[in-house]
Ligand binder design. Structure first.
Ligand code: ATP
Length: 264
């Protein structure tokens, strides 16, 4: 299909955002299309979570145009939110609830019937090996188990667009394999995925397009192969270091150890 004739699922034009005198986003332009898995990467503090929060309508006070499914995010139309799933970097899960209570509550917020969502949640918990704790309080879960509940909660309503912020934090190797495959299959079904993470080898493998944010600006946008060709580097980690101008990891570690040892 010719790109010019496709409607973007998500469109950002000249997005700028400041916190006080700290300009965090300095003019972001980005169009994302159906079925894409975007790996959104950048150093700590680059502005990734700020971008995602603006897209979700959780943050205002910005300038520029931000549209999802052709609707301005600033209008706060709740219809578009029904088509979105989100796994935040750090989530407030209602610890005192059981997974059954929590997931059915979330499902009902999205307008699903209790029976339907309960059935679906129980099956998804079973796939993640958690059927035996479906009725246990989330407070008793390990980190990885909680993360699985969050992933399930983002997918219960079969959303069109998914935002994942470090979604595999705490997941074991087998679960990561399942999750990566899940992303590929969701994208093949036409879902669009916005995936923000620091785990470069995973981003490299799962994304069909990588967007690198540096100090509030997009400094690279393309498939891994394209970025590799342009930067003549082998891994995404090396491309990331090159584009963010970072080469001092050894010196920084040496200084750190030296201070720890009381030599400085
Ligand atoms: P990380 O990889 O560490 O999660 P990030 O790229 O997601 O980083 P953001 O969380 O978007 O970065 O933060 C970008 C900048 O905005 C940082 O300098 C941060 O201090 C600042 N910032 C974020 N939220 C706020 C806030 N509510 N008030 C003031 N400053 C904020």
């Amino acid at each position: 299909m010719i790109e010019g004739f496709r409607e973007p699922v998500l469109s950002i034009q000249n997005l700028q955002k400041s916190y006080g005198i700290n300009q965090v986003l300095k003019g972001i332009d980005l169009e994302v299309y159906k079925g894409e898995i975007i790996g959104y990467i950048g150093a700590n503090g680059a502005g990734k979570s700020t971008t995602v929060k603006i897209l979700l309508g959780l943050e205002d006070g910005y300038t520029g145009e931000v549209e999802i499914f052709g609707k301005q995010v600033s209008t706060n139309d709740i219809d578009y939110k029904r088509k979105i799933g989100y796994v935040p970097e750090t989530a407030e899960v209602y610890d005192n609830l059981t997974a059954r209570e929590y997931l059915t509550f979330i499902g009902e917020l999205y307008g699903l019937d209790y029976e339907i969502v309960d059935n679906k949640a129980e099956k998804l918990m079973d796939i993640f090996g958690l059927s035996n704790v479906y009725d246990s309080r989330i407070a008793t879960y390990s980190k990885g188990m909680r993360q699985k509940v969050l992933i399930i909660s983002s997918l219960l309503h079969n959303p069109e667009l998914l935002f994942f912020d470090e979604p595999i934090n705490g997941l074991d190797a087998n679960s990561v394999m399942v999750f990566k495959e899940l992303l590929a299959q969701l994208a093949a079904q036409g879902k669009t995925i916005f995936y923000s993470s620091h785990i470069m080898d995973v981003v490299e493998k799962i994304s069909n397009r990588i967007v690198l944010l540096n100090k509030g600006q997009i400094v690279a946008d393309g498939s891994f192969e394209e970025l590799k060709g342009k930067n003549m580097e082998g891994t995404l980690e090396q491309i990331f270091n090159q584009l963010t101008g970072f080469h001092e990891h050894k010196e920084i570690a040496e200084k750190f150890v030296s201070i720890v040892q009381g030599n400085e």
